[in-house]
Ligand binder design. Sequence first.
Ligand code: URA
Length: 239
Amino acid sequence: MSDVIDLSSAILQQLQSLARSGVRDLPTPQPQTEKAMARGSVAPTELTLPRDDRRIALQVVRDEVSQCTRCHDLVCSRTQTVFGVGNVQPRLCFFGEAPGADEDAQGEPFVGRAGQLLNKIIAACKLTRDEVYILNAIKCRPENNRTPTDAEIDNCWEYARRQLEILQPEFICCLGAVAARALLKRKDSIGRMRQKFFDYEQSRVIVTYHPAYLLREPSAKKDVWDDMQMLMKAMGVSV
Ligand code: URA
């Protein structure tokens, strides 16, 4: 009996949270194309939030982010906030650090040099940028691309948490230490966290090196490829 009460209370909390994010309808089964399912880019589950509800809910959070003034220094250094981009019903999310100069100018994550490398990593996994969702732990560009402070990571976490709650990805790939710190609340080195699966809510999470690190340290590309192969195997995608 207490299991039933726990479950009802968990479902109620989830529904209340989605309602706060702007979701107005209950989930209905979505048609899935066989090709996308075979490529592994679409979740096989039938019980998912409808795409339109996700778009609406994400827009609510995006609007809040665009008005955010929680971090004085970031408000001063940003041109605009950078929310997220991609498939609103993704199996896989890439979770980065913070926008750089190109992202700050264009309002989209991972569009600069690190983004081009991320595109290659996504392509090597036989996926496209449109099939995954890409977001950052921090929505504003830190001045001179400095590492975000712990306070900034904590201030911004609510937004990524709500994005992920709406997106419900099966898998999340943390790119670098800031992403892992925000999502998993861990401060271990990437070397210690990679090649393992962690749990975040209903998602399985891996941690790997940030593409910007690979630009400075190309020898680490092999490690990232090993990490992506581990991820693809878990996703049932042959690479
Ligand atoms: N690095 C990140 O972590 N995110 C971006 O959007 C661009 C570079």
